[in-house]
Design a protein around this ligand. Structure first.
Ligand code: ZN
Length: 331
């Protein structure tokens, strides 16, 4: 979408003072939103219900609210792709597009930096229901290994979207000199499970990690949001050391995503800030490196879907993420 908000001054890639201009910029984009980034982050509850609580398929899928339990949310999620008509040949990225040349890292500003990109879900998850429904421990609770993800009403799966954007983002970051690792590249039958997705970033000692998604909410719910890890110290999960740097990463990604794509922050969660803090996502709870999720838009809304299915827009989305990550890593 071409968001026609008030004039927007692109934030300059600076150090911490960036935080305030970004707050102002986002607030200006969404006049109805009175909450600033910091304020929202401070008050957002663990279940993000305070963000408006609308039909959040992604949230329902990835969280296990006490009232519904894991199996219910897993089955709700599993419905998404059954309405799709898998046609791997028509939407599958070409092999050449998915394999960037494993050349030596470019001598860019991110030389020596490691970024892990986590393309959400897996195009073949829907064929492996029992495997992905296996419960894994995410510190705070047990939840499904992985989920199928959502799809547009026309049947284009989120898992295809996430891989395509991941490839574009990888290329951009490698051009900056970063070493980039994907958690999956449609190169395994399903998954990986959410705990392994976190572990891959941890073992790579990633300087930044980002999990790419698109939401499956109700029609009329539009816009992107970045999900930040809340403070969790339970079982295997201990996010206390990554809360602050992840917030910094997320704010920078959100700011550059607004600027590059022209998309507005979510109108259904996050109070207009484009930021939501959660403590129920295994991919965040188990991370020991700075990490965020991004929900790039709502696949179930026709207008958002038109953007998400556009290669031109996906390139902008990747560019927005890249610029935020570069800004974060350069300090
Ligand atoms: Zn997703």
């Amino acid at each position: 979408m071409s968001y026609t908000g008030p004039d927007f001054e692109p934030p300059q890639p600076r150090r911490s003072p960036l935080r305030r201009p970004l707050t102002v910029a986002i607030a200006a984009l969404v006049p109805g939103a009175l909450l600033g980034w910091g304020v929202y982050a401070a008050v957002a509850g663990p279940d993000d219900g305070s963000g408006g609580g609308a039909d959040r398929a992604e949230g329902a899928r990835t969280s296990a609210p006490p009232s519904s339990g894991g199996p219910a949310s897993a089955s709700a999620d599993a419905k998404a792709p059954t309405g799709t008509s898998p046609s791997p040949t028509s939407t599958k990225p070409s092999p050449s597009a998915s394999k960037s040349a494993p050349a030596a890292p470019a001598a860019g500003p991110l030389k020596g930096k490691v970024v892990v990109i986590d393309p959400g879900h897996n195009p073949s998850n829907f064929q492996h229901a029992s495997e992905i429904n296996r419960k894994v421990n995410v510190g705070t609770h047990w939840k499904a290994c992985d989920t199928t993800g959502t799809a547009t009403n026309a049947g284009w799966p989120e898992a295809k979207f996430t891989l395509d954007v991941a490839h574009r983002l990888r290329t951009l970051l490698e051009e900056q000199g970063a070493t980039v690792k994907l958690t999956q590249d449609d190169d395994r039958p399903y998954g990986p499970c959410v705990d392994e997705r976190a572990r891959i970033g941890n073992e790579a000692k990633a300087d930044a990690a980002i999990s790419i998604h698109a939401d499956g909410s109700g029609a009329g719910n539009r816009g992107f949001h970045v999900i930040l890890p809340g403070s969790v110290h339970d079982g295997e999960a201990d996010t206390r050391a990554i809360v602050a740097p992840s917030a910094e990463l997320g704010e920078r990604v959100a700011g550059s995503f607004v600027r590059v794509t022209g998309s507005a922050p979510s109108n259904y969660v996050g109070g207009g800030t484009g930021l939501v803090t959660r403590t129920d996502l295994g991919g965040l709870n188990l991370s020991t490196v700075p990490k965020v999720f991004i929900e790039c838009g709502n696949m179930r809304d026709g207008k958002d879907a038109a953007l998400l299915t556009s290669g031109e827009w996906r390139q902008k989305a990747a560019q927005g993420m890249s610029e935020g990550i570069v800004s974060f890593l350069r300090g």
